[in-house]
Design a binder for this molecule. Structure first.
Ligand code: SF4
Length: 791
């Protein structure tokens, strides 16, 4: 059933876009999630309609497939409505016929979808880049509305200095920089170099992450630099390094997903967190593949998948050991692969033998017959692929959990063959590059260890310092935040909002308030910036060039598309100003982003994450390059492990991975599990997305997702205000009743601050290897809120 809708021709500035947009959304067949239009009937006859046509077609690529199920149809409508609102409001401000369009990338998640920005002064419209091979024209609602932050009324446009009465006063750049230098130098003179810390972010470009690490170690001379990516990918990274010898989230391009006969997707909800990636899972299903989702909730992804295993939170290692047990018992191992490509299998086998299916059912809640069915599917399919995400990783046993899943992939002989193996879905926009270039306390650029003498010599030479001037490993992210006011008295924050994103948020807020000096660079007054002594206004994502490394290890150039306000500085300019002000002008010359990247490329030469054959110029001419990219592989490296592993022996390594209990167990007082996560309309701490009207309309407030039986026991009905309490604090949410969650578990999204912060409840228990906090599970109690709070 196709039909053609013909539009009139809007002129620039003509607000006729809204009816056009609503008309076009009649194209959507909401029941089947299809567009009711044939390509042969293309009636696009001017620039505006061309843009709009692309937008609608791309919404199809993002959101709909033939025979979509009900949950996905709702998403089509939600995104579609929001898309209409976004484009209509942009078009109302001005027409965009004849304006230039820049190909760049979305500022949010690790998919780094290709977009076009059509700019007019400081306002802009986002459209998908249909030619970029990752999203292939798909965007989620965050991408569509990304331009909403650029000319936002709450934008900070001048440095701010805290006054004695507690208020902020605008300041000049020299005054702000001078204040920071004076206060940090005073702290270091009294308490030593490490008394000033640096906290970075996984959304910073590679150039910024590199320069921030250099600033910390060269200009401040502190060991204490870490970043919010420690809260995101550190367990997957540590496990991949231990078992496979290298950490690139996906050691293969996304296209490989479509080739897998079975995908075991553990603790990920990409249908909501990065919808365009679902086209690869859709292709896998079209090819006859089976998608099995492990998650305590029946998420949009789980509902869409072939199978859903509603695991008890915190029991991943038991589940993975149970699968390995069945593979051993039922002789479904690849013995040849195990004997020629791996080592230490006996250690994993010995542990797995004690996880017989009945025991695993008791621990995980997954029925024995389901375990056997899944193990057989993995063992008998020609190409098995296991992908983990934050579910198993954000636990105090996160590394152990991921190693347990890697054991299964290795036992199947799946790693290093096309369309199979193991990978982890990176979350933050530059979650991959952010952990490679030196803002992690134990790393130097290129994924080098800060304790390696060879690495230290190489980086010291690039930075023109003596090796002994280079600090050793410092505190990890949560330990750094928890040391504020005791051993660390000054903190420089760039690209992060830890008051909202750190666990045990009330405690961390108190720590931040105990600082002598807190300096924050941001473009909005985030909850963390609002507590600072000095705030530096920075340029936004579309106002500067920079590179990002997406979840495949593909390095892309994010191009400048709009001018920045004259009074703000780029983060690179800020770090250069500060580096010089701390007396290192020769080591912090005024460089463009391309110039910083050239230095980064030299710093990574010979390292695991080797970017030495990349440049902005080369990236500008391509849809990205996969690292390592060096003289030996100038066109980059798509896949790893075909012949060997980058370990000392050239073999992958099994590990014994017994299941251990979570740190914060349930009891009579705190009888429920809390699990937290992201939702489609918000991103991370919400600094940008909570300020974007289109996203606020989609996801205006947090909620507590409860099973109706759990709610009934507490006398709670849908939409009641409920109070959740953990051993650390309380938070209040509106109840959302659903049978898609286990009765023993409550889910809360974590994007909001203050009394609606999920992280008031979470626990700062750390994985002993990755130092990842246990965001994904803790014990809580549930009560109906006071009568006066109920509407
Ligand atoms: Fe793509 Fe992620 Fe941006 Fe959504 S948030 S448009 S999935 S990069």
């Amino acid at each position: 059933m196709n039909r053609t809708v013909r539009f009139g021709t809007p002129s620039p500035g003509n607000p006729s876009a809204a009816p056009l947009l609503s008309k076009a959304f009649e194209w959507f067949d909401a029941k089947n999630g299809r567009i009711l239009r044939s390509d042969a009937d293309n009636s696009v006859d001017n620039e505006f309609e061309r843009h709009f046509f692309v937008a609608v077609i791309s919404a199809r690529a993002t959101c709909s497939v033939e025979n979509v199920r009900q949950s996905r149809v709702r998403r089509v409508c939600s995104n579609g409505t929001s898309l209409a609102r976004t484009l209509a409001s942009a078009a109302r401000n001005r027409g965009h016929c004849g304006m230039t369009s820049v190909a760049t990338h979305c500022p949010y998640c690790a998919l780094q979808c290709g977009i076009h920005i059509t700019a007019n002064g400081h306002s802009a419209v986002v459209e998908p880049n249909t030619h970029f091979p990752v999203n292939k024209g798909g965007l989620c609602v965050k991408g569509w509305s990304a331009a909403g932050t650029l000319a936002h009324a709450e934008r900070i446009t001048t440095p701010l200095i805290r006054q004695p009465d507690g208020s902020f006063a605008p300041a000049s750049w020299p005054d702000a920089i001078g204040t920071i230098v004076r206060r940090f130098q005073r702290i270091q003179a009294i308490h030593g170099s490490n008394a000033v810390g640096v906290f970075g972010g996984g959304s910073l470009t590679n150039e910024k992450a590199y320069l921030l690490g250099k600033f910390a170690r060269v200009a401040l001379g502190t060991a204490n630099i870490d970043y919010n990516g420690r809260f995101c990918m550190s367990s997957a990274a540590a496990a991949a390094n231990r078992a496979l010898g290298i950490d690139r989230g996906l050691p293969f391009p996304l296209e490989d997903i479509a080739q897998a006969s079975v995908v075991l997707l553990v603790g990920a909800n990409p249908a909501e967190t990065m919808p365009p990636v679902m086209q690869y899972f859709e292709a896998q299903q079209r090819n006859g593949g089976r998608l099995i989702v492990v998650d305590p909730r029946r998420t949009a992804t789980a509902a869409w998948a072939s199978d859903h295993l509603p695991i008890t939170p915190g029991t991943d290692a038991a589940l993975a050991n149970g699968l390995l047990h069945i593979l051993i018992r039922d002789r479904l191992l690849d013995h040849r692969y195990i004997s020629t490509r791996t080592e230490d299998f006996e250690e994993a086998r010995r542990v797995a033998l004690s996880y017989w299916p009945e025991r695993v059912e008791r621990i995980t809640g997954v029925a024995e017959r389901t375990l056997v069915d899944v193990a057989h599917a993995l063992g008998r399919g020609p190409r098995a692929l296991i992908i983990t995400a934050r579910g198993p990783e954000q636990q105090s046993q996160g590394v152990n959990n991921v190693l347990a899943y890697i054991n299964v992939a290795l036992a199947l002989g799946a790693v290093g063959k096309g369309g199979s193996g193991f990978g982890s879905l990176t979350g933050q926009g530059n979650g991959q590059g952010g952990r490679e270039h030196g803002q992690k306390s134990d790393q130097l650029p290129g994924y080098r260890s800060i304790e390696s003498p060879q690495a230290r010599r190489h980086i010291a030479a690039v930075w023109k310092i003596r090796e002994e001037q280079l600090p050793r490993a410092g505190l990890s992210a949560f330990e750094l935040l928890d040391a504020l006011g005791t051993s660390v008295h000054g903190l420089f924050v760039m690209g992060s909002n830890p008051i909202v994103s750190a666990p045990d948020a009330t405690r961390i807020a108190g720590r931040l308030d105990s600082l002598d000096t807190l300096v924050v660079t941001d473009f909005f007054l985030s909850e963390t910036a609002a507590r600072a002594h000095v705030v530096l206004p920075s340029a936004q994502w579309a106002e500067e060039d920079g590179t990002m490394t997406n979840l495949e290890g593909r390095v892309v150039l994010r191009r400048r598309a709009v001018p920045r306000p004259e009074s703000v500085r780029t983060d690179i300019e800020i770090l250069t100003l500060l580096g010089s002000a701390f007396g290192h002008s020769d080591r912090f010359p005024a460089l463009t982003s391309a110039g910083v990247f050239a230095e980064l490329a030299r710093a990574t030469d010979g390292a695991p994450a080797d970017y030495s054959a990349m440049s902005h110029e080369r990236l500008d001419a391509r849809d990205g390059l996969f690292w390592p990219c060096n003289a030996a592989a100038p066109e980059g490296t798509l896949r790893f492990f075909a012949d060997s592993f980058p370990t000392a022996s050239g073999r992958a390594r099994f590990h014994g991975t017994p299941h251990l209990e979570i740190a914060d167990m349930r009891d009579a007082v705190f009888p429920l599990f809390l699990t937290t996560g992201r939702i489609v309309g918000q991103y991370q701490s919400g600094t940008q997305t909570r300020r974007t009207p289109e996203l606020h309309a989609v996801s205006p407030e947090p909620y507590a997702e409860l099973h109706p039986d759990t709610a009934a026991r507490a006398g709670i009905v849908d939409q009641d205000q409920v109070v959740l309490t953990s051993r650390r604090g309380t938070a209040t949410f509106k109840a959302r009743l659903t049978r898609s969650i286990r009765p023993d578990t409550v889910f809360v999204p974590f994007h909001w601050p203050d009394q609606r912060s999920a992280n008031n409840l979470t626990v700062g228990a750390l994985d002993p290897i990755s130092r990842m906090p246990e965001f994904k599970v803790c014990a809580i109690s549930l009560h109906r809120g006071p009568a006066e709070d109920q509407k």
